[in-house]
Design a protein around this ligand. Structure first.
Ligand code: MSP
Length: 510
């Protein structure tokens, strides 16, 4: 039976246009999805939009549109972003869809039956910007004397009837989960943060609101709409057919990796598993939290107007350099700073020079000096064998890094081989062998072609378009681009198309 792999991104609030922060998690999830497909697994990759709640309702109001018309418009922008970033998502869930409403109401009923929901009264602080409740003790005082959430978001005092989820009953079971499954929350700094939060004691969670209507009605009590986070988290279930456990996608449950930003780790690592355990459902295997991007050292925000526009980025640099940069520049889990200069440096040094030139030098010599076909190999020297062994080990090594969601390490692994191949070509100097030892030249160029094939194959998930062009130039047919195909060497004599540079240097317009 084929192994399954289920990966998710957060669903994005449709209160504003997509930016680099959204594209980041999405590209990361896409790389995992593509990698596991390449390894022969059956993959379900989910992304989508979070369309209910007060924050979105307010954005619609500010835009002068009825909420549904507004969310339709912004959701379309997020769908366009998915296409722009080359995402291979298998579904795009919108929380205003009927299938999602059905799942939320089914989950609610289930939690009612298990005694985990009760009706009460909420009185306390709420931050619409964060769509989160805060305790008095968590608030900070701003210079003007007003109170704010620890995130800086304005808070308001809310007093209304509300249903509650009995979170307080789940603390010990959550702590047991973190102990038994140490990889449940990653990276470990986040795990510590989550554990100490749970150890400090959990309050019951208000899970319905009565003061506005833009949400999913609570079953049998339509004066209440569900708290937007209960609604949002359920998306991961709706997309696999919940509550219909006979649906074709249900076997994907539970998710293998859920990628979430560091600001929403508590929702995913505390509330979410508690809800699932209460509903008698298996919890995700890993919730991995990524860091935040700043722009030239500053926090990105709408008010500063410095949010990095991914459309412009892709137009300027091309999609694959942007995808590469996002996952290469900072270790996944850490915060990172975006600057054009850093992107251009990586693009010119690592893509154009290291990888692009290696392929171009090799393939142009094959075209000129080997009649444009994959050359036959002669006796293999220890240097050849060492380089080939490095390339042959790549798939396993990268698989190991990606199992830890360590994109930077995975890329570094490929670059070690690329740098070794560059040293090899300089040292072997096949251009000089053309006259003195054409047989040896053929072997050297054949080794290089094989190494580039391995590199291009394992990098497909990161840079699908460019690597597919590189594999085209190596004459690798579409059906021979999976990880398992690497076991069979490129057949000598394969005719190659004329080589074309895959990674142009970026030159600043004068
Ligand atoms: N709708 C909720 C998630 C619900 S999931 C059941 C939400 N949406 S969001 O649009 O505000 O944020 C979505 C993701 O984008 C979060 O993971 C957040 O961390 C991420 N980012 C938003 N700005 C970011 C940066 N500047 N840098 C990196 N990621 C950032 O939260």
């Amino acid at each position: 039976m084929t192994e399954r792999f289920y990966v998710t991104t957060p669903i994005y609030y449709v209160n504003g246009a997509p930016h680099i922060g959204h594209a980041y998690t999405s590209v990361a999830a896409d790389v995992l999805a593509r990698w596991h497909r390449l390894a022969g697994r059956q993959v379900f990759f989910l992304t989508g939009t979070d369309e209910h709640g007060q924050k979105v309702e307010k954005a619609a109001h500010d835009a002068g549109l009825p909420p549904q018309a507004f969310v339709d418009q912004v959701a379309a922008q997020f769908q366009a972003m998915s296409a722009l970033m080359g995402l291979s998502n298998d579904d795009f869930i919108r929380t205003t869809e009927p299938r999602h409403k059905l799942a939320c109401q089914a989950l609610w009923r289930r939690l009612m039956q298990s005694g985990d929901i009760y009706l009460g009264h909420y009185e306390g602080w709420y931050a619409v910007r964060d769509e989160a409740f805060y305790d008095e003790a968590e608030l900070v005082t701003r210079p003007d004397g007003s109170r704010a959430a620890p995130t800086g978001a304005p808070v308001e005092w809310v007093r209304e009837p509300s249903y509650f989820f009995r979170m307080s009953a789940w603390g010990d079971r959550l702590l047991a989960l973190y102990e038994q499954v140490p990889d449940f929350v990653q990276p470990s700094s986040r795990r510590n943060e989550v554990m100490s939060f749970v150890r400090s004691g959990l309050n019951d969670l208000s899970i319905s609101r009565t003061s506005f209507t833009w949400g999913i009605p609570v079953p049998d009590d339509p004066g209440h709409v569900m708290y937007v986070w209960l609604d949002a988290l359920t998306n991961y279930l709706s997309a696999v057919g919940y509550p219909d456990e006979t649906s074709a996608r249900w076997p994907f449950w539970p998710p293998d990796v859920q990628l979430v930003g560091k600001d929403i780790i508590r929702f995913h690592a505390v509330i979410w598993p508690a809800l699932l355990m209460a509903a008698g459902l298996p919890v995700p295997r890993t919730v991995f939290s990524n860091g935040w991007w700043t722009a030239d050292g500053e926090k990105m925000s709408k008010s500063l107007g410095n949010a990095i526009d991914v459309v412009k980025l892709v137009e300027t640099y091309g999609l694959d350099p942007v995808r590469y940069f996002l996952l290469r520049e900072v270790p996944f889990g850490n915060d990172g700073d975006y600057s054009d200069a850093a992107l251009v440096r990586r693009m010119n040094v690592e893509l154009a020079n290291d990888l692009g030139n290696l392929a171009q030098r090799t393939l142009s010599q094959v075209a000129k000096n080997c009649a444009g076909v994959i050359p036959p190999s002669g006796a293999v020297t220890p240097e050849d064998a060492a380089l080939l062994a490095g390339a042959g080990a790549l798939a396993d090594k990268i698989g190991g890094h990606l199992a830890r969601v360590a994109f930077g390490d995975a890329l570094e692994e490929a670059w070690r081989v690329i740098r070794a191949a560059n040293a090899y070509i300089d040292h072997q100097a096949p251009w000089a062998l053309r006259k003195t030892d054409p047989g040896r030249m053929a072997t050297v160029l054949g080794v290089l072609a094989e190494v580039i094939r391995a590199v291009a194959t394992v990098l497909q998930p990161f840079m699908p378009g460019s690597m597919s062009r590189m594999l085209d130039q190596l004459g690798v047919p579409a059906e021979a681009r999976s990880l398992s195909a690497l076991a069979t060497p490129l057949p000598a004599g394969t005719p190659l198309p004329s080589p074309q540079g895959v990674f142009p240097r970026f030159v600043e317009a004068a």
